[in-house]
Design a protein around this ligand. Structure first.
Ligand code: NDP
Ligand code: 8X3
Length: 252
């Protein structure tokens, strides 16, 4: 039987990288995306050791034309995408709305929201042509609850939730599954990016508690991706045991 194919955005780090490894280990081929090409090259070699065929597409998901060209460039079996993981994303900054940096706001909206849209607009028609496929969007606890200074990041993740629901309705007649996987705190490069590379600040959310790892979230995504054809997980919230809500964290 032909191998299945997953297209993973934001595979250079964290959840995306762990998911690429998980799928490759389980016998899938993968298309990996991110902006840091060197990291993608290293990851490609690692995934090939699992026997996966790997296509590297280094691009910025915010650039609509580049996204369109990248997907148009796919030929043959690389067009038969079984799973699109819209994972590339970030939080930039943590300020009250009256003090926030508008460049940060644009970065988050352009990546978390528009990037997800550009990828979906290009890949969904390939799935519609085959009347099969699965789109998994990475939401967040921040898309369920708004927290102090979360404002714009939370808004992008609430929007991911709304889009996931809308996409599921629109793609229903084509047999395409659409899933929102929303994690709580995951220790990746997320916090380092949010705090502009300040390692000390980046470590504070995880002090005295055990956060999720990228691998934990990859497990959940893989579970959703491998259920029988007639079963779909619409929405899943996966939290560290030590985190009960966006703001309730038990620390020792
Ligand atoms: P990381 O910072 O470790 O990974 C983010 C990934 O997104 C990187 O591979 C990065 O690659 C990629 N990325 C960012 N911007 C772009 C862009 N413009 N174009 C292409 N790729 C891009 O963080 P996580 O793994 O934690 O984050 C993954 C997703 O999970 C995000 O959507 C995040 O919002 C979400 N999430 C994270 C949580 C957490 O606590 N960590 C909790 C809930 C949700 P590169 O820089 O090479 O382009
Ligand atoms: C990331 C979760 O709550 O740390 O999406 O912003 S949070």
């Amino acid at each position: 039987m032909d191998k299945k194919l997953a297209f993973i955005t934001g595979a250079t780090s964290g959840i995306g990288k762990a998911t690429a490894k998980r799928f490759a280990r389980e016998g899938w081929n993968v298309i990996i995306n991110g902006r840091r090409e060197e990291r993608l090259t290293e990851l490609k070699a690692e995934l090939e050791e699992f026997g996966a065929e790997v296509l590297l597409l280094a691009f910025d998901v915010r650039d609509r034309q580049v996204v369109e060209k990248a997907v148009e460039s796919l030929h043959g079996k690389w067009r038969d995408i079984d799973l699109l993981l819209n994972n590339a994303g970030l939080a930039a900054g943590l300020e009250h709305i009256d003090e926030g940096f508008t460049d940060d706001w644009e970065r988050m909206i352009d990546t978390n929201l528009k990037g997800l849209l550009w990828l979906t607009r290009s890949v969904a028609p390939l799935m519609v042509d085959r009347n099969t496929g699965h789109i998994v969007n990475i939401g967040s606890i921040a898309g369920r609850e708004v927290y102090d200074k979360g404002n714009v990041y939370c808004a992008t993740k609430f929007a991911v939730d709304a889009l996931t629901r809308g996409m599921r309705i629109d793609l229903l007649e084509h047999g395409i599954k659409v899933t929102n996987v929303s994690p709580g705190m995951v220790e990746t490069e997320f916090s380092l990016v949010r705090f502009g590379g300040d390692g000390a600040k980046a470590a504070t959310p995880y002090r005295g508690m055990k956060p999720l790892t990228g691998e934990d979230v990859a497990d959940v995504i893989f579970y959703c991706a491998t259920l029988p054809a007639h079963v779909n997980i619409n929405d899943i919230l996966v939290m560290p045991t030590a985190q009960a809500s966006a703001t309730h964290v038990f620390r020792t």
